[in-house]
Ligand binder design. Sequence first.
Ligand code: NDP
Length: 280
Amino acid sequence: MYIYGKEVSKTTREELARHVAEFGSRYGRVPCLAVVLVGEDPASQTYVRNKILGCEEVGIRSISRVYEDGTPQETIAQELRALAADDAVDGILVQLPLPKGYDERYLLSLIPDSKDVDGFSPNNLGLLCMDKPRTVSCTPFGVMKLLESTGVSLAGKHAVVVGRSNTVGKPMAMLLLSADCTVTVCHSKTPDLSAFTRQADILVVAAGRPKMVRADMVKPGAIVIDVGINRVDGKLCGDVDPDVESVASYLTPVPGGVGPMTISMLLYNTYRAAVARENA
Ligand code: NDP
């Protein structure tokens, strides 16, 4: 059975729209997200457009700052400092990946923790590891909401995460651990990947390798979450072969699975950042 992120997302966004409206009546302003895009990568442009449309849908104000590839890094740094100091801005997002030549870590370090709605800052990631989450990275947060939507209890399940990036794999593993799963993290140096994936009750794949997980690599009845977004011959596909649907109890489709949930959690994080700033 498929878990459609769009459907799960719909309820989240409707609830959020109500909270945003209440926030407006209480504080006389709406939460605001600033999105910074560098370069002309078509996928990044699409993600930014969808994030801005998501903001409109729930009543969050958005500001976008678009720079050509080749813009001096200090120009972007100055913009980030200005957005950090701007009282009207609650959340700042730099669309990743940045074009070659930019120092991602340096630019992201200019976003204060309180406005880090992507949950990428060392403090926000560290708090998650210490079981004291503040702002949780949007994609893993969205995956937890998708898992929750199945109604299946996670405690005691063996969760296998394929991928160990700071933005997806690691925070994903931490969230599953906090939900009392037994967690195994696999990566490109893991020998015999299928020996691990076949043990998974919950399998989250975030490797960026088109259709790398096939049906014979999945335990019958497992819940499989496909985070991957790949473009093959102009078409989108995930890291999981769609044939897996015949073996798994649940599978997220690509597109229409994790993607919409990621944006919903970004909107939620922006709203929460605005509330926290009003109450600071
Ligand atoms: P990264 O490239 O940063 O990390 C990929 C991870 O996968 C690495 O840890 C890498 O291992 C591991 N990996 C690569 N190849 C293999 C392999 N053959 N076997 C096992 N592990 C492997 O990617 P991200 O984490 O940023 O993203 C992963 C995917 O998720 C991408 O397709 C991306 O587009 C997608 N994505 C989707 C989002 C959504 O909203 N749906 C949001 C964010 C990302 P190692 O560390 O050893 O190199």
